[in-house]
Design a protein around this ligand. Structure first.
Ligand code: PMT
Length: 409
């Protein structure tokens, strides 16, 4: 997610959602960020510093006068950090921060901070909607503070409404979006992901093992880097990435319609979906009955979506110089088969996937790919998380786009 090596201060204030901050910190540490935690005195009633110290390996600050060394942590932390995230942010903390009150370690650090600031309000709905809280949040938003909208649902006070702290995974995604470079700003990118399903009758279909993880990782990374992303997705069980427009499709024919519809207004297409090459020749309106013998299913060929947009791109007249990136899922002759798809489909780049491996391809968290380019050359990165592979694909695709347009790097 691009958080490796980033310095993040998590500020925890005194609300029941403080327990969720432990999971937030754990996830940030897992992303290899350097995380430090500062707590208010009220937060100590809800969560213990020992928990955060164990998770980060760093001393937790909550006492202005308990600082070590030069006793300048309240100045240094907010200046050394790439981001300060306050989760949960109570109405009291927001009011103090908006009005420049500095009466403890965390609020003092905020006034001296030069890092980007993200606050995640969490409180009772009436407190959230109170004119004082709203006007304090307006003040902060105008100052350039990022504010993550709280979720809706059951609240600790027994009522239901807006005011829930978003789930830690969602906060991490927001953090990554705030921190990420914005080199794809202004671009429109189509990503396809997941399997297609080709119906036989009302209860049966043909599909494949794609989970959508690879395509969703690409869509999420492109959105974090500032692109307007349309994710055309077959059926999956994964949460839609932040800031991405999702178009849900089922069959290859539906995916084709969606891709063709969006194609004229895009700069890049990355096709990670596993599209069924064939579909049953007929859809049976009623459930097929078991017969006495074997069953032979007649299949017809699906359109090759990538080849179709490849020939559209060849004929483009609007000067947009679209970049087309395909994937090749292979169990043998990886390079030869991928190169043949690169050429026959008119692509700029193809990402070859050896799907016979246990740690790459379908349904894995990691991927091992080889990237082949129209202009020649093969790049063979090591085994990486799908998120890291996504970043690399976007780096290469953007470099191709810039080169096609004659732009400097
Ligand atoms: O979703 P995951 O579980 O994370 O798995 C990731 C993945 C293995 C699905 C992904 O990394 C991958 O390799 N996707 C491509 C799968 C595939 O269908 O490969 P292919 O070699 O059959 O197709 C080549 C390219 O043509 C692909 O970009 C495909 O989207 C496209 N295609 C294929 C057939 C068709 N009718 N239309 C197409 O556009």
């Amino acid at each position: 997610m691009g958080l490796r090596g980033k310095s993040i201060v998590v500020g925890v204030t005194g609300g029941i959602a403080a327990y969720k901050a432990a999971e937030l910190v754990r996830l940030l540490v897992r992303q290899e960020a350097f995380v430090r935690v500062a707590m208010t005195a009220n937060a100590l009633h809800f969560a213990g510093p020992v928990t955060f110290e164990a998770l980060t390996g760093q001393k937790v600050m909550y006492d202005m006068y308990g600082q070590e060394g030069t006793a300048m942590e309240h100045i240094r932390w907010g200046q050394e950090a790439d981001l300060v995230v306050i989760a949960p942010a109570t109405a009291n903390f927001i009011a103090k921060y908006a009005n420049g009150i500095a009466d403890d370690f965390l609020t003092t650090m905020m006034l001296a901070a030069s890092a980007r600031i993200l606050i995640c309000p969490a409180m009772n709905t009436k407190m959230l909607l109170h004119p004082a809280t709203r006007s304090n949040m307006d003040i902060l938003a105008k100052r350039g503070v990022y504010i993550m909208a709280p979720g809706e649902g059951e609240l600790a006070c027994g009522t239901s409404g807006a005011g829930r702290l978003p789930e830690p995974e969602e906060i991490v995604e927001f953090v990554a979006t705030v921190i990420s470079k914005k080199d794809l700003e202004g671009l429109k990118i189509i990503v396809t992901a997941g399997p297609t399903i080709e119906p036989i009758d009302p209860v049966r279909f043909i599909t494949n093992r794609s989970t959508g993880k690879m395509g969703y990782a690409i869509a999420g990374a492109a959105a974090r880097r500032g692109a307007a992303v349309t994710l055309i997705s077959g059926p999956t069980n994964i949460r839609s990435p932040l800031g991405v427009e999702i178009r849900s499709v089922r069959s290859a024919l539906e995916m084709r319609s969606a891709v063709i519809e969006c194609f004229s207004d895009c700069d890049m297409v990355i096709k990670a979906a596993a599209v069924s090459d064939y579909r049953p020749a007929r859809f049976l309106e009623e459930k097929m009955k078991k017969g006495p013998g074997d069953l032979v299913l007649e299949m017809v060929k699906n359109p090759d979506i990538l080849a179709e947009i490849g020939s559209l791109a060849e004929r483009e007249t609007d000067g947009r110089k679209r970049v087309l990136v395909g994937f090749a899922a292979e169990t043998h002759d990886l390079i030869e088969n991928a190169r043949s798809k690169l050429n026959s489909k008119g692509l700029d780049m193809i990402v070859a996937n050896d799907v016979s491996r246990k740690d790459a391809g379908f349904a894995t968290e990691t991927n091992l790919v080889k990237m082949l380019f129209r202009e020649g050359g093969i790049e063979e990165p090591p085994l990486m998380s799908k998120t890291d592979v996504a970043e690399l694909i976007l780096d290469r695709a953007e470099a191709i786009r810039r080169k096609k347009l004659g732009l400097s790097r």
